[in-house]
Design a binder for this molecule. Structure first.
Ligand code: NCD
Length: 317
């Protein structure tokens, strides 16, 4: 048996056993939300420290902790409101914060320069308590991946043997990166269909990883030519405007992957449409009433899923 998770900074930290255990707990919480009062995390405190905007991730983490009887201290806008503004060393900050809480949830705008230093790794090194990555720049977002897989498990009944389409900004989209890694290593026999213009195509390193894992994948420049009928689950993402160095590059691809009703109707009736949200214009409101739309359910699954995750990290199997 593998060890329970002590921290979660990358999908690489996860094994399928972790996912299954977290999903079992999350399913129990989902089925009993509002019916049962839990106090398993009484007197445990979560610190959420976010140096980038967030709605769903931070609130669902905090709601999950409170629902389990725990407490929360939150530092929003951490780049200005915490000592990060004074260039405190990440290791020092996490060492110090460890005295105030039992788990630290951290979102950071990781840049290439920071990446060399490995901000999330430094946080784990400095901390005396578990650290959870709630999104590090354009790199990873492992807890969103758990939400995405949990959604697919519930809506399609499995996370293996599926054809998964991923559309939009596959270059900067951190949820896409974590999902691709998870689908390749933790799941079995999934076929991947990537839909994006070449400027924001999946990074070469991830494609190499797919080849080395023997995962079947195809790339298409737009919805027009993609085999939409084959897709069981279509994951739409927004262009990560804030991550483009040159806004002219953003303008050149803007509006590239808009899922119109016509494209949605090309998919099978039992296909599902997901999106990590927030959406901009790639997912028109007209899709909300489409029978395949599941993105609001997906966001709601984030609550019981994060209850299962925190429970697992703090209490083990
Ligand atoms: C995503 C993120 O922050 O990476 N949102 C989320 O956490 N649900 C997606 C995005 O910002 O596009």
């Amino acid at each position: 048996m593998v060890e329970p998770l002590r921290y979660l900074i990358s999908v690489d930290d996860l094994e399928r056993e972790h996912c299954d255990a977290i999903f079992d707990h999350a399913t129990y919480y989902l089925e009993n939300l509002g019916k049962v009062e839990w106090d398993v995390l009484r007197r445990k405190r979560m610190l959420t420290i976010f140096a980038e905007p967030s709605t769903r991730t931070r609130m669902s983490f905090e709601a999950a902790m409170l629902e389990l009887g725990g407490q929360v201290i939150s530092a929003q806008d951490a780049m200005v409101s915490s000592s990060f503004a004074k260039e405190e060393k990440i290791k020092d900050a996490f060492r110090v914060m460890s005295a105030y809480g039992h788990i630290i949830v951290f979102r950071y705008n990781d840049t290439e320069k920071d990446r060399e230093k490995g901000v999330m790794k430094l946080a784990v090194k400095g901390a005396l308590v578990p650290v959870v990555n709630a999104g590090d720049g354009p790199y990873e977002h492992p807890t969103q991946t758990l939400v995405d897989l949990f959604t697919i498990q519930h809506e399609k009944g499995r996370i293996d043997n599926l054809t998964i389409g991923m559309a939009g900004d596959l270059y900067y989209g951190r949820t896409v990166h974590s999902d691709v890694k998870a689908l390749a290593r933790l799941c079995h026999n999934n076929r991947m269909i990537f839909i994006s213009p070449s400027q924001v195509a999946l990074p070469g390193k991830l494609k190499e990883m797919l080849v080395s894992q023997g995962v079947q994948f195809e790339e298409y420049a737009s919805f027009r030519e993609a085999p939409l009928r084959d897709i069981d689950c279509l994951y739409v993402t927004r262009l990560q405007k804030e991550r483009f160095d040159d806004l002219r590059e953003f303008e050149a691809v803007k509006g590239c992957c808009v899922l119109t009703s016509e494209y949605a109707e090309r998919m099978n009736d039992d296909a599902i449409i997901l999106h990590p949200l927030p959406r901009v214009d790639e997912l028109p409101e007209s899709i909300d009433s489409n029978k395949r739309a599941r993105y609001f359910e997906q966001a709601a699954y984030g609550f019981p899923l994060r209850m299962g995750l925190i429970r697992h990290i703090l209490l083990g199997w």
